[in-house]
Structures are given as structure tokens and as C-alpha cells.
Design a protein around this ligand. Structure first.
Ligand SMILES: *Cc1c(COP(=O)(O)O)cnc(C)c1O
Length: 404
């Protein structure tokens, strides 16, 4: 046997023994009944209520979004047929980039295959533009940013404590005054559901002459009067050098993007390998995203509903004595603190109660902070929430403390 195969066996055994073996549940989305999905498990097919989708506003099943996608497929075909440089740019791509630039009040936008690739490709490109960048990266940044930063060949990386402005300032002050500096952070951190102090980070960036790179993946479509993210809500979008987002979460489609000054984006477009050497997004996806963004720009009904639903679920969890984590966003995490237990609760929710919530285990979160993550959306009703609370009480709490 090749030594790599031996390694695979060992590693998988180790992962299983820690209760971290990842089982993908095949969930068939029921468009007209979202967030219900059809699931076949142990030879039995039934409907499962999903609590863990990142399609936060149910835009992926919006009839207008679906129709835009189907119409574009009929007109322009299933795929783009090339990179942006080789016959893959269409008027739809250009329109989507204009729409995104407008959403964030920036000169320009650039589409990528995914949010992951937009972070990785852009950060690596920036950090190889000049020698000896100093990068200041939040300790809870997403893997796509960490990998992008690691791609910078001569960059010095400083990790600041999560959302800790004193720590960030200390590191900025210690770095050479003349070095090019970049602060890399998110707005909504999706595992804890907390939000960065954007204005304070911008103030520090001004004071120490640093550029800013903000991942708004878990905020676009949902925060701000037009869905421009927390930077729109807080009125600081014009102070951020690059705002990055996804079309795959709040907008319910697929793809990633960055927005910023024309010159900066013109440079990234010209040098970032992850932008240049890959096929452009498929027209149906681009058309769907364009429709989704426009719907959310014009109308805040879904946003308002999202926050009302999240607040209601948090209140119900609290009232029931469930270990809900403190969060000031639309994300509702429940602390479990053990990988095997989180996985077991998730399996029991499906088997016994017909509901699904993803267990979040290491390496996505630190060991000992394993959790279940709930993302209630506009279509999760009070009745669904009451059933969820009853199920979680039966699984988690000793019988005498149960209220229902
Ligand atoms: C999901 C996620 C990404 C990646 O976006 P995709 O479009 O899914 O590739 C980037 N950053 C953060 C913080 C994310 O949670």
C-alpha cells in the first residue's frame, strides 16, 4: 500500500475517534416549501425542516430569482464558455459588477468563482504587489482570508485578538511606520454571530495609514437600508479600501466579488491568478444574482422579517433555559462544548424530530466550543420554533427542568 493510503486510514480513524467525522446529509430542497427539504435516510424518505441554511433570506427559492435564472439559461446557455478574457464576459457580467459597485458606493466591482476565491486571490495579489507588507488579521478570520494572506511571500502577519481594538492598535504601533499596512477583518462573524466595530477599525486605519479589507459575506443583502452590509448600516463603506462579499448566502445564488476604487480593481483584475485563469460565472447564476440584489436593494421587508425571526428564536431559547450564545446578529448559536455530543444532538434532531441543524466542530471552531448553529429566516414560523424548542429541551435538559 502506498504510504499516502496508510496516512488516509490513520487520519480518518483519528477524526472518527474524536467524533469529528463529517457526514454530509443529502438534502433535497423543496423549492415551493422552503425551508423544508426531502431526505432519504435508512431507507425512509421524509420531509425535514432545515435550520442551518446560509440562504438566509430564502432568495435562492424566490420565484423571480428562479425565473431570471431559467430565462438566462434558455437565452445564453448553461455555461459562460470561457474565462473573462476568452469570450466569457457578457453584458450580464458587466451589469452585475455595476450593480455591486453601486450597492457598496464604490467605483468598480470584480466577480469571482466564489467568495472563497475572491478572498484568497485578492489578498495574495495585494500582498505580492510590494515587498514587506504588514498584515493585521483578526484571530477569527475565515480560512479563505488566512490562505490568501499566507500567499503573500514577503508579508509579515500580525494576528490581533478577535474584535480587540487595543490589541490591534498595539500591533499597528509596533510595526515599522513606513511599511505598507493592511487590516483584514469581517463584519458579521458567522460562528459566534458577533459584529466588528467597523468605525473604530477605520479610525485606527487612518491613524496608522493602513488599507482596509472587509469580508461582508454574512452581511450583504441583510444589513444596511439597501443590503450593502454592516459598512452601509454604519455609514463607513467609503472608508473601507476593499469590501468583499458573496452571492451565495444572503443573495441565495453563487459567486464572490470585491468592490473598491477603479485603479485597485483594475490592478487585481490584471494580476490575480484566481481571477484570470478560471471560467467566468455561468449566465443563469449571474442573472439570478442580479435579480436577487435588485429585489433586496428596493425592499427591506425580508430584512426586517429576518431580524424579527432571529430575535424571536433567541428569546424562545432563553426562556426555555437553552444555552444560547450571546449574539447581536441574525445568527443564533447554541453552545454544546463537545464534538461527539454536537454530532449526536444533530442526528437525534433529524431521526426523532424531522429537523436539521448542522453541528459545528473543530477545525471550524476551537475545540471545546462545538455548537449547533441556527439561522432562522423569514419562512421559519412561530410553530416551527416552538417545535424546535420542545425537541431541544427533550434532548438537552434533564426532565425536571422542562417547561413543555
Ligand atoms: C462562506 C464564507 C466565505 C466563502 O464564500 P463562498 O461564496 O461560500 O465561497 C468567505 N468568507 C466567510 C466569512 C464565509 O463565511
Amino acid at each position: 500500500m502506498h504510504q499516502f493510503l496508510t496516512k488516509c486510514d490513520e487520519a480518518l480513524t483519528e477524526i472518527s475517534s474524536q467524533g469529528r467525522y463529517r457526514r454530509f446529509v443529502a438534502l433535497e430542497k423543496l423549492t415551493d416549501r422552503f425551508p423544508y427539504y426531502s431526505v432519504t435516510m435508512e431507507g425512509r424518505t421524509r420531509d425535514i425542516l432545515v435550520w442551518s441554511t446560509n440562504d438566509y433570506l430564502a432568495m435562492g427559492t424566490d420565484p423571480q430569482v428562479i425565473e431570471a435564472s431559467a430565462d438566462a439559461a434558455r437565452r445564453y446557455g448553461a455555461g459562460a464558455g470561457g474565462t473573462r478574457n476568452i469570450a466569457g464576459s457578457s453584458p450580464l457580467h458587466v451589469a452585475l459588477e455595476e450593480e455591486l459597485a453601486d450597492l457598496h458606493g464604490k467605483d468598480a466591482a470584480l466577480l469571482f468563482t466564489s467568495g472563497y476565491v475572491s478572498n484568497q486571490a485578492t489578498l495574495t495579489a495585494i500582498l505580492n504587489s510590494l515587498p514587506d507588507w504588514h498584515v493585521f488579521s483578526d484571530a477569527q478570520n475565515h480560512n479563505s482570508m488566512i490562505v490568501g494572506i499566507k500567499g503573500g511571500k514577503t508579508a509579515t502577519v500580525h494576528i490581533f485578538k478577535h474584535n480587540d481594538m487595543a490589541d490591534l492598535e498595539r500591533l499597528l504601533a509596533e510595526a515599522p511606520a513606513e511599511a505598507p499596512k493592511l487590516i483584514v477583518f469581517e463584519s458579521v462573524y458567522s460562528m459566534d454571530g458577533d459584529i466588528a466595530p467597523l468605525e473604530q477599525i477605520c479610525d485606527l486605519a487612518d491613524r496608522y495609514n493602513a488599507m482596509t479589507y472587509l469580508d461582508e459575506v454574512h452581511a450583504v443583502g441583510m444589513y444596511g437600508p439597501h443590503g450593502g452590509g454592516v459598512s452601509e448600516r454604519d455609514g463607513v463603506a467609503d472608508r473601507i479600501t476593499i469590501i468583499e462579499g458573496t452571492l451565495a448566502k444572503g443573495f441565495g445564488c453563487h459567486g464572490g466579488y470585491i468592490t473598491g476604487d477603479f485603479k485597485v480593481l483594475d490592478y487585481i483584475r490584471s494580476v490575480a491568478a484566481g481571477f484570470i485563469f478560471t471560467t467566468a460565472l455561468p449566465p443563469p447564476t449571474v442573472a439570478a444574482a442580479l435579480t436577487s440584489i435588485r429585489l433586496l436593494k428596493q425592499d427591506s421587508t425580508r430584512r426586517t422579517k429576518l431580524f424579527e425571526r432571529a430575535a424571536t428564536l433567541k428569546a424562545k431559547f432563553l426562556a426555555a433555559g437553552l444555552p444560547v450564545m450571546d449574539s447581536n446578529s441574525h445568527i443564533v448559536p447554541l453552545m454544546i462544548g463537545d464534538a461527539a455530543k454536537a454530532t449526536e444532538i444533530s442526528m437525534r434532531l433529524i431521526r426523532e424530530f424531522g429537523m436539521y441543524a448542522t453541528p459545528i466542530n473543530y477545525p471550524t471552531v476551537p475545540r471545546g466550543t462545538e455548537r449547533l448553529r441556527f439561522t432562522p429566516g423569514p419562512k421559519h414560523t412561530d410553530e416551527m420554533m416552538n417545535n424546535l424548542v420542545t425537541a431541544l429541551q427533550q434532548i438537552l435538559l434533564p426532565a425536571e427542568t422542562q417547561t413543555a
